[in-house]
Design a protein around this ligand. Structure first.
Ligand SMILES: Cc1ncc(COP(=O)(O)O)c(C=O)c1O
Length: 425
């Protein structure tokens, strides 16, 4: 693993001095590598061949405008979950026809927000279809289906099957068609998302097959979106294999080509990867501030609270950790089992439990791998803590700040104090 770790650090940082980065931009710090981000965008762009195809970057994974700009530059379209995500995409230069809105349980005003911009909207319940019909009678709509196959790394991120809030089920398709007729809505799209982080192609392909079979009931279709969820190897230091994207892509292309050849009008196929695009391009660096033994455990206390990286706390998610001391990667020798924690006032505030790591000391830097997706975008100011800065390592040139660290003023902005300033008065 030492060799793997060394190669990883060399390839990721090149000539960039990690300690200097942290000195300049503060700790903790999110870092993104442009070349890796572009490589993942290209892999996803080329996933499906032989039919019209667009990979939509799912911006919930990471909404930094500079990353959105790079994805757009690579030709990706995008999917948004909320008006705020639409605004971010607009700010990064995406046109309305490059945005697909896939919300869940939203209000009339939020639907109108997207409809007024001419953005195609997916609805995932009969009530939301009815609401959209009243907002945009005579318009176009996509239906998010739940055809019974779910997959993902944790029950909280499996988004199809029996035990999830998402999607219109097969049994509701006739009712959906009736509501669409009532409002003269044309169902031009079908989409689904089975969940996040699958490492085997099988469930995705089985779900795609089911979606294509359901598609036969919708004669006006112009678009079919197979969803995201493509996994990345979070255990890469232990040699975890990558998802076989080539095999998945070739099977998906065959299925899409076969379907398109029987379809009487032009048909666009889509996917909506988030994690696959952004996760590996990003990492998080934090600093050790205390090491102590409590009972049987050694606790390594860092500044990476779950307000900065929520995935381990939310999903027991694994992130590989590497340690830098005075600018050098510590070799994986003399390991001791430690629990790495953050600075938040909860016992569950752990980045890694019972993890074998080189003996850590104060001021060591902990590098958390594969933190580019659902890292910063899920961060918060819990405990009135500052969210970190984000820095881009461009393909050429010096590291560049792409989001400044919060300031203490940011924490108080928006609070109305004293109470006399309540605008409702
Ligand atoms: C509707 C939808 N599309 C796409 C995604 C992106 O998933 P992933 O980041 O696993 O590719 C999600 C994630 O939750 C989602 O809910």
């Amino acid at each position: 693993m030492s060799e793997t770790a060394k190669r990883y650090i060399d390839e990721y940082f090149g000539q960039t001095d990690i300690t200097e980065l942290v000195r300049t931009y503060g700790s903790p710090l999110y870092v993104y590598q442009e070349a890796l981000l572009r490589r993942r965008c290209r892999e996803m762009q080329q996933l499906v061949q032989g039919v019209p195809f667009a990979a939509h970057y799912s911006v919930k994974a990471n909404t930094n405008l500079e990353l959105l700009r790079i994805a757009r530059d690579e030709g990706l379209h995008a999917d948004a979950m909320s008006p705020g995500e639409i605004l971010a995409l607009e700010a990064a230069g995406y046109d309305a026809d490059a945005i697909f809105f896939i919300p869940n349980n939203i209000s009339r005003d939020e639907l109108r927000f997207a409809a007024d911009r001419g953005i195609l909207i997916s609805v995932d319940s009969l009530d939301q279809l009815d609401l959209l019909g009243s907002v945009q009678p005579g318009g176009r709509v996509s239906l998010r289906l739940n055809l019974g196959i779910g997959a993902g790394h944790h029950e909280k991120v499996i988004t199809a099957g029996d035990d999830t809030k998402f999607g219109i089920t097969e049994a509701q398709l006739d009712q959906a068609q009736a509501i669409a007729r009532q409002y003269q809505l044309t169902i031009t799209g079908l989409n689904q998302h089975i969940g996040s982080l699958f490492m085997e192609p099988a469930p995705y392909l089985a779900a795609a097959e089911r979606l294509l079979s359901a598609a036969r009931c919708f004669p006006d279709l112009e678009m079919i979106d197979f969803g995201g969820g493509f996994g990345i190897p979070y255990h890469k230091m232990a040699g975890e294999a990558r998802l076989d994207l080539a095999a998945l892509g070739s099977r998906l292309s065959e299925m899409a080509k076969r379907f398109a050849s029987t379809w009487p009008r032009p048909l666009m196929f889509m996917t909506e990867p988030g994690r696959y695009i952004a996760a590996e391009a990003g990492l998080l660096i934090g600093t050790v501030h205390a090491v102590k033994q409590n009972g049987p455990r050694i606790y390594v206390g860092t500044d990476i609270g779950f307000n900065v990286l929520a995935r381990p706390m939310l999903y027991d998610a694994w992130h590989d950790l590497l340690v830098i001391r005075r600018g050098r990667l510590l070799p994986q020798t003399g390991l001791e089992t430690v629990t790495v924690t953050g600075n938040i006032c909860e016992s569950g505030d752990q980045i890694a439990a019972d993890r074998p790591l080189p003996e850590l000391r104060c001021d060591d830097l902990v590098v958390v791998l594969d933190a580019g997706a659902y890292g910063y975008s899920m961060s918060s100011n819990y405990n009135q803590r500052l969210r970190p800065a984000e820095v881009l390592l461009p393909e050429s040139g010096r590291p560049r700040l792409i989001r400044r660290r919060d300031t203490y003023d940011d924490l108080l902005r928006g609070m109305l104090f004293p109470v006399e300033s309540d605008p409702a008065d």
